[in-house]
Design a protein around this ligand. Structure first.
Ligand SMILES: [Zn+2]
Length: 303
């Protein structure tokens, strides 16, 4: 485990990212983000980039929340660019897994959607209808779902990882080049984490006035399908087993905001989020600290 946040345990299974992503518009006008045609993939451990992952996502959420209040063409472009960079660094977030209770999804008749999911207001859906939302650009023969008596197989026209039942079957699809997510889904998730952090800071700053536990954004921030097991090598360890980057992010975020040895806060100068190993840090960077000091001394001179 690297970095500042004390993450308990190991990340059991790697996530995928492609070298490049592109935006595609579906026939209904919705914009999707998907691995680019010639892109190659690498597997990585999100726990090793935990701080950057959280900060980058909250920055996207901040930009999106700002645009909600005040639409600006240049800032919209900036948001799109940030999302592209995010996917190149971390991949898509695995919403197909994170939005339903079903484990394998592929091969089930019906999927049960979790409450307040980002995808749809429906509570139940036919598996094929549900899965189609994540593969709107596939052509005949790209991906096939073969049902056998006791299992189901995902046959892909490319060479992305296959797990042969060791991980949920749906990951064979998520890790392929054919899997896509709507731009707005990613934006909605980033906004949710960003808003949650804002709420948390409000409550934190009113400590002393709270007389009982407050659940922050109850129902809205309510991660599902958090799996773990116990590993033994030199020491006994929790081994986290997530089937989506979304759940991974939610878990890292929960560790980050509850960790007493680091400080996660917003910069007193530029309001960006930062995570610092010194709990007395008030700025995101030394340049913000310097700028704030210059400002303070100017105000002192004026006064
Ligand atoms: Zn700053």
């Amino acid at each position: 485990m690297k970095g500042n946040i004390s993450l308990i345990g190991n990340y059991g299974s790697d996530w995928i990212r492609y070298s490049d992503y592109e935006f595609k518009e579906a026939s209904d006008g919705d914009v999707y983000i998907t691995p680019a045609g010639e892109a190659s993939y690498t597997m990585y451990n999100p726990f090793n980039v935990a701080e950057d992952l959280i900060i980058d996502l909250i920055n996207i959420g901040d930009l999106a929340l700002k645009l909600e209040k005040n639409e600006d063409k240049n800032e919209r472009k900036e948001l799109i660019k940030e999302i592209l960079l995010f996917t190149r660094k971390y991949g898509l977030i695995g919403l197909i897994c994170a939005s339903v209770y079903n484990r394998d999804i592929i091969g089930d008749d019906i999927v049960l959607l979790i409450e307040n999911n980002i995808i749809t207001g429906e509570k139940m859906m036919e598996e094929s209808k549900y899965v189609e939302q994540f593969i709107p650009f596939v052509e005949k023969g790209d991906v096939e779902f073969r049902r056998y008596k006791n299992n189901v197989d995902v046959v892909k026209r490319e060479d992305s990882p296959k797990y042969h039942g060791k991980r949920p079957v749906v990951l064979d699809l998520v890790f392929s080049k054919f899997y896509t997510e709507k731009l707005n889904w990613i934006i909605d998730f980033a906004k949710l984490i960003s808003s949650h952090f804002n709420q948390l800071l409000i409550y934190k700053n009113t400590t002393g006035q709270l007389t009982e536990n407050v659940t922050i954004m109850a129902g809205k921030f309510h991660p599902h399908k958090i799996g773990f097991t116990i590993d033994q090598l030199d020491e006994t360890n929790i081994s986290w087993d997530f089937d989506s980057l979304k759940t991974t992010i939610e878990t890292i975020y929960a560790f980050a905001v509850t960790d007493e040895t680091t400080r996660m806060d917003r910069c007193k100068h530029c309001n960006s989020v930062y995570i610092a190993s010194n709990v007395r840090t008030k700025y995101c960077s030394s340049s913000c600290r310097n700028l704030a000091n210059v400002q303070k001394s100017r105000e002192r001179k004026k006064g």
